[in-house]
Design a protein around this ligand. Structure first.
Ligand SMILES: C[S@@+](CC[C@H](N)C(=O)[O-])C[C@H]1O[C@@H](n2cnc3c(N)ncnc32)[C@H](O)[C@@H]1O
Length: 421
């Protein structure tokens, strides 16, 4: 049996059937499998999740009754390999049919074999829906409910761009002063490209062999930390801080700042601790539910960051499974949680201090709508100003929605508010 297909199947099964996070399930698999299989497994796992709606649509054109569970997964893997990877048809059909023997049912093996042959032979004849919104949803595997939200928020043209644009497949690394970029790239045989930030690079290959102090961190995460650090003095509270990307970077940018970082989950607080240790900084960490008041922190911080849990539709390039498991109901539940955190943590801002709100999503419900409601209900807060000279389109504004197709970075939202009394 083909090992790469077997590992891909087992990993995807954990995501589809057990609700595992794709990145965590994939990392576990990659730690166990052979080096030569890693690239293909990664491609298949992320590719199947990213193309889920399209793959189901294609399969549905060739079957009388939609298969379920493992059988559907064999078919998705096979169809993905046929559509998106330049693998010979006979190899895909034979290997996936072989894989389907895991089901120990001769009828299933026959069904998978015959259907994949059909798909390979008549793929170009598949007709996509006439309706433009439905067609985009299927072709780009963007859930219909989410696409409708984008159209409402941005209009059809921008919604199309948001749903279809793909960022280049680079790893973004943030490096510390003592890190030798040229030497590390030479040693690992990779290329580094500069980014708008002088301490971050796009890397076009594997970074496992890098030595020195560095970390994988997206430009969007760095941007929010830089906005927090830009005008910071005294004390900084990151209310939803795990795994610590922003809190640790703020401390590195402003070593004299007192940094406190909270998260609701103990195991995630430990992630902040170990990340801070690895990056060589000290920050105070707390396990707290930040929807609940904490007397000792009332009016205590110069800058408070609410980097709230969100739907994640701005980071689909690294988390394609989000498209598959999120529902529109999640958005309304998330909005309630986001608002409760913002509302409670606003009490921790000193008079004259800043409240920074950020998400890694593109829906107005979770972004501007929360801020507009907050300002209406808290008239002693007003809009402040984003200080981020590297992104002139956002610099000086009170809030900004970054979009991959326009700004070349992941989709994230940031708003800066100031407490006036
Ligand atoms: C978007 S992530 C934060 C990312 C982090 N700021 C960083 O840069 O690495 C949101 C975090 O909020 C935490 N969270 C969810 N509900 C919370 C609550 N009620 N109070 C505190 N943290 C919460 C989650 O555990 C998650 O770690």
């Amino acid at each position: 049996m083909n090992n790469a297909l077997l590992h891909s199947f087992q990993t995807l099964k954990q995501v589809y059937a057990d609700g595992a996070f794709s990145s965590i399930a994939l990392n576990k698999t990659l730690n166990l499998c052979k080096n030569q299989d890693k690239a293909l497994i990664t491609k298949i796992v992320y590719g199947v999740l990213d193309n889920d709606i399209k793959l189901e649509y294609i399969i549905s054109r060739f079957v009388r009754k939609m298969p379920k569970n493992d059988v559907l997964l064999y078919m998705k893997i096979g169809t993905y390999c046929l559509c998106e990877l330049s693998m010979p048809v006979y190899a895909v059909v034979n290997n996936v049919a072989e894989l389907s023997k895991l089901s120990a049912d001769i009828h299933i093996v026959g069904f998978v074999n015959a259907t994949l042959k059909q798909i390979a032979a008549r793929l170009s004849e598949v007709e996509y829906p006439q309706d433009e919104t439905e067609r985009i949803s299927v072709e780009y595997s963007y859930p219909m409910w989410a696409l409708k939200k984008l159209i409402k928020d941005y209009g059809m043209d921008a919604a199309k761009q948001i749903a279809t644009f793909k960022l280049p497949n680079y790893t973004t690394v943030r490096v510390c002063n003592d890190f030798d970029v040229a030497e590390n790239c030479k040693q690992c045989g990779v290329q580094a490209q500069t980014t708008p930030f002088d301490d971050a690079y796009y890397i076009d290959g594997k970074t496992d062999g890098f030595t020195g102090r560095w970390t994988v961190q997206s430009l969007s995460s760095m941007a929010v930390a830089r906005i927090c650090a830009a005008d910071a003095c005294g004390s900084f509270l990151d209310c939803c801080a795990a795994p610590g990307g922003k809190a640790v970077y703020v401390k590195q940018l402003r070593p004299n700042l007192q940094v406190a970082a909270c998260d609701i989950h103990e195991h995630r607080v430990q992630l902040i601790d170990s990340y801070a240790k690895r990056m060589g900084v000290e920050i105070a960490t707390y396990r707290r539910d930040m929807t609940q008041p904490e007397q000792q922190w009332l009016g205590a911080f110069d800058t408070v960051l609410c980097d709230v849990p969100c739907s994640g539709f701005g980071v689909l390039d690294t988390r394609p499974d989000i498209k598959w498991f999120r529902t529109s109901l999640d958005i309304s539940n998330l909005m309630k949680l986001q608002y409760a955190i913002l509302d409670n943590c606003s009490n921790y801002v000193k008079t004259g201090g800043r409240l920074v709100y950020s998400t890694c999503t593109v829906f107005d419900n979770e972004n501007g709508q929360n801020i507009r409601k907050f300002l209406k209900e808290h008239p002693y807060f007003t809009y402040g100003s984003i200080n981020l000279p590297q992104f002139s389109q956002a610099n000086g504004k009170a809030e900004y929605q970054f979009l991959p197709y326009k700004d070349g970075v992941q989709g994230f939202y940031v708003a800066v508010l100031v407490r006036t009394e």
